[in-house]
Write a protein that binds this ligand. Sequence first.
Ligand code: G3H
Length: 531
Amino acid sequence: MESIVKQNIPEALKIAQPKYHSSYLVNGELLTWKGETSEVYSTISSTVPYAPTLLGSVPNMGEKEALTALDAALNAYDQGQGAWPTMKVKDRIECMENFVRIMATKREEVVKLLMWEIGKTQADSEKEFDRTVDYIYDTIEDYKKLDRDSAKFQKSDGVYAHIRRGPLGVVLCLGPYNYPLNETFTLLIPAIIMGNTAIFKPAKHGVLLITPLIEAFQKSFPKGVVNILFGRGRAIAGPIMETGKVDVLALIGHSSSANALQNQHPKSNRLRLVLGLEAKNPAIILPDADLDLAIDECISGTLSYNGQRCTALKVIYVHKDIIQEFNKRFSERVDGLKFGNPWDPGVQLTPLPEKDKPDYIQELIEDAGQHGAQVINKRGGKRTENFIWPAVMFPVTKEMRVYKEEQFGPIIPVLSFEDIQEPLDDMAESNYGQQVSLFGKDVFALAPLIDTLANLVCRVNLNSSCQRGPDVYPFTGRKDSAVATLSVHDALRSFSIRTFVASKDNKANLEILEKLLETKLSNFISTDYLL
Ligand code: G3H
């Protein structure tokens, strides 16, 4: 396979100077790190011959800084008495509006770093940024609605109740490398707007792209509400969890990390979990499916962002009557995709940000080969310095690693089935339960399948690939795929708890309530609302 050469890089996107980033945010202060740092490399080359590009460096912090950041978050929350958790909804929203206004001015810088750090195409990097800005505005609107709906008293059995959603406390927020901006912010933004305070550590790749936003956090929120650290998860998140002072672990990543961190918390009953974890979403293609459509959707489902999405299609089941035709046409389509750097026009496949990923995919190919599968597309498994061409593997069986592991990269296992019960049984046995794609036309076949699949996963995509969006829809999963539900609306619920003031219906209490409303002394007891 051809290497990618430096002349492909537009002038504005070249890395003229590495970014040696040294500041971090704790207790409202932008502090300068003087200790050890970690270099950040892109697997994209700026030179011929190939060499990874040095993008800069970030602080490599440890336990001491982690615990200082935790203290800052604890003080800002102040056992629920802090200015932030007791603040009027209107004022918290104002802080968030300030933040998103400043954030929007950093688009170019963040998008450029998204391309270099994680190899996402320019169009998808722009989409990730814009989608995140939209998500913040939508969250603000939804929070206003939530607030409007709770600006009232209810009465039952002679007891008045003023019910709201209150914050949970301190949130440790950890996002994934494949959506280092969007998915991290879909945790962090709802967490803080609901009145929690947070410690946030960027993912292992996609770290520098957070740095243009640190100042926006500092300028927009009171001290200690958002604390941002850099370093390895083990060095930062572990010691924070061990204190038992974190109320919510918000993580999008692998269940092994989530479990390890959860187990470090001494009081698991006090720890709320908001987790988006791994998945192995299947496509099931029935004999009457529109094959053109199914192939289009399976191409984007398996290979957008090289398959590095938790929602990617990671195994394809095709009915035996159409398997030959599917394999032939699907393989040709895979080989016809365009590989290049993220900014190359029309590019669909891009360099893999994890330098060991091509070796891992190769291992999966070899293991499947030893168990009787073949790479059925001509270019499958061909390598460059930073990529391995997507390999379509057939026939895949259950003992193969590519069947069992979440590949999170360019390899596509294909199985054929005769009886629909086969994929259903596999899904029931699987550790994962996020989504499925079902391709077919006959409603008599589809109806019972939809009814079963809806109980095995949390989203059945009819004649379309799996995806998270639109962000107003619930994003969750069963088994090892998620804990709690995210969406613009659900995330506000996941990061809060219902809490209320109750009072018996008598003269004295009514007088107090009326005075509280009249004087506006309480931020909680209030029937004012925002339009
Ligand atoms: O990595 C998993 C993401 O939630 C996928 O989101 O379906 O919008 O690519 P997406």
